[in-house]
Write a protein that binds this ligand. Sequence first.
Ligand SMILES: C[S@@+](CC[C@H](N)C(=O)[O-])C[C@H]1O[C@@H](n2cnc3c(N)ncnc32)[C@H](O)[C@@H]1O
Length: 220
Amino acid sequence: MDDHIQALAYSEADFSIGDQNFVENLKAFLTKSDHTLSKDCFLIDLGCGPGNITERLAETWPFAKVLGIDGSKPMLEIAKQRLHSSASRFNNLSYQQQNLSDITSQIEPCYSPADLIVSNSLLHHLHDPMDLWRSVLSLSVPGTLIYHRDLRRPQSRDDALVLQQKHLPSAPGILIRDFLASLHAAFTIAEVQIQLIDIGLQHLQIMEVEDRYLEVFGIV
Ligand SMILES: C[S@@+](CC[C@H](N)C(=O)[O-])C[C@H]1O[C@@H](n2cnc3c(N)ncnc32)[C@H](O)[C@@H]1O
């Protein structure tokens, strides 16, 4: 999403219900796995885009250090603008422009390893999906918590259209086009399972969520 118009259309769309669900599901995962985030813990949001979820993380855990990472300059410009217009609320939040394909060589040493690594709607955007799992491994230590959500690919084009008509019936054309493209590019649970086996993270859990998402969560 290196295109300014695409970044702006995305940042202006209202994803607030889905974003809030993401944070609620994340909190439920922490509770279920009996984990509380301690003071000064370090949270990373990979592929943070304009920062809508990253801000929610900083707000929900004000004592944590939160870093949003994204490869797109236009996306991060929007995220940083939002941050500066609400600086006093988010003094625990920062952003870094970084392509996940070479994150190991570039991440600031003071930031790694993370206590919690999340992503939302990222996996299907990557040229190589293994970049997500390699990034997770290079930014984590045993005990790091993992929580990722992405779309899952419907079985047919017709099923994708049904989802679009249900969830984005009257959005701007650019968002409808992106949503359909994203559904087609998304992975199935079986495909993500293979990715996790290939990288040695097969102990993470994968779950179908609602009619269009999958979630991957667990502890490294
Ligand atoms: C659909 S947006 C999701 C943004 C945000 N996580 C959210 O939930 O609103 C996907 C983001 O992944 C970023 N992205 C895609 N490929 C990337 C890569 N190789 N490295 C870093 N960021 C990438 C894009 O720039 C874009 O901001």
